[in-house]
Design a protein around this ligand. Structure first.
Ligand code: ARG
Length: 415
């Protein structure tokens, strides 16, 4: 083993190896502080190891803590559209405290937060890391970067108010500066918008945002800083341009075609397709303040995105799990797993997308170069969830996770 002495023992009924899909009976997980020391068959434990502080999960199937690669923990799903103008970044961070807790309790031990005003996500992450509040491990983008009038600009008010989004930049040089300043103020990853969006006022989901030259400058600068790049893109032209610029993931990817699927596969670009949220927007969105024009846009996006998701699964793309929680209720992140199964994934593929595949896109590694999250192996954080029964047979078991462990700490156990 890489590390010194184990100081805690977790025994399992069975352990799901998410890489192979194998269920391994009666495994023991030895921890050292907040990381996994080693995993060994129960019947090989020494008496010294049996004497360690013990968590007994022998009645459960244990798998890695889940990862949601597209959340907005600082967004209140009851306050869309004009209601959001009332919220300062400080208020959003305070809301994020409850959202972070709900997300962790749902078994999501890591999230990538893609877009927050005033770096409220940086503050939320830092408060969680300082153990002031409970929440998942957060990798955060700070403000999403976009052009004037783009999806992440504030387009709700006339020019007299001079309102604009924190991430607005135009031209390659200004965009490089914005990437540098995001990194300076604590971003781990870079998010930008390559097309209009559903929930922004007066943007067209099919219209491209940023020129190729602007996107290339953004990607080069982010990669120089060691940050991965997530591109919000619904429309095909914006998807193609983002692929050309070499982004790490396409978010939404709603109108992706066969050529772009091929290209994404060839380049190893990940897709993050939020195939649940459409139901929430169309059913609950109006009451939550979503604008009529946004509801109309959603009606053109939701079903096509799901059909294209099926094509992406068939074509063997890397699909990382991302839900856009924050648009809808925090803590319901796992609902999308079953949608992904309905639209063509096996339960194992859906679980992989929310564990090892997400972790590979995140590319967050320990000193030995191994994944920190998304896998149960020596050197990774001791983040895991446990369910009674077999999630490979019944994916919806993950919608009600009774046991959550983050960094070796039992954060939830209900019977
Ligand atoms: N944040 C995204 C946007 O405003 C949400 C899109 C949700 N719709 C969907 N079918 N995935 O564009």
């Amino acid at each position: 083993s890489l590390m010194a002495q184990p100081d805690q023992l977790i025994i399992t009924g069975q352990l799901l190896d998410v890489r192979s899909g194998k269920l391994m009976p009666e495994q023991a997980i030895l921890l050292e502080h907040d990381r996994i020391h080693s995993i060994v068959p129960l019947n090989t434990l020494t008496s010294a190891q049996w004497a360690l502080p013990l968590t007994d999960l022998s009645a459960y199937t244990v798998l890695p803590g889940l990862i949601d690669m597209h959340v907005h923990l600082t967004a209140n799903p009851a306050q869309h559209g004009y209601r959001r103008l009332q919220q300062t970044p400080a208020r959003q961070a305070l809301f994020g405290v409850t959202a972070a807790q709900a997300t962790l309790q749902a078994g999501f031990t890591s999230v990538r937060n893609l877009g927050a005003a005033g770096f409220a996500d940086v503050d939320l992450r830092d408060a969680i890391n300082a153990k002031e509040i409970a929440g998942p491990r957060m990798r955060v983008s700070g403000p999403a970067i976009c052009m004037t009038g783009g999806h992440c600009d504030n387009n709700l008010l006339p020019h007299t108010y001079q309102a604009s989004g924190d991430g607005v930049a135009n031209g390659a040089d200004a965009i490089r500066t914005k990437v540098r300043s995001n990194m300076k103020y604590g971003s781990d990853v870079i998010k930008f918008t390559a097309t209009g969006g559903v929930l922004s006022r007066n943007t067209d989901v099919n219209a491209s945002q940023f020129s190729l030259d602007e996107m290339q400058a953004l990607v080069a600068e982010a990669h120089d800083r060691g940050a991965i790049v997530a591109a919000h893109a619904h429309g095909l032209r914006g998807i193609k341009r983002a692929l050309e610029a070499g982004v790490d993931s396409i978010e939404h990817a709603s109108f992706i075609d066969d050529d772009s699927l091929k290209r994404a596969k060839r380049q190893g670009t990940y897709l993050v397709m939020d195939v649940y949220v459409s139901d929430y927007i169309l059913q609950e969105g109006e009451a939550a303040g979503i604008l009529p024009e946004s509801l109309a846009k959603e009606r053109t996006v939701g079903q096509l995105q799901r059909q294209n998701f099926s094509k992406a699964v068939k074509a063997g793309l890397n699909i990382a799990y991302g839900t856009d929680a924050g648009v809808y209720t925090h803590g319901l992140n796992a609902r999308q797993l079953n949608y992904m199964v309905q639209w063509g994934m096996t339960p194992l593929q859906a679980i992989q997308s929310a564990t090892v595949t997400a972790a590979e896109l995140l590319n967050w590694r320990n000193e030995q170069g191994q994944l920190n999250v998304g896998v149960l192996q020596a050197g990774a954080y001791a983040d895991m969830v446990a369910v009674k029964g077999n999630p490979l047979q019944q994916i919806t078991l993950l919608e009600n996770i009774p046991v959550v462990i983050k960094g070796g700490e039992l954060v939830k156990k209900v019977d």
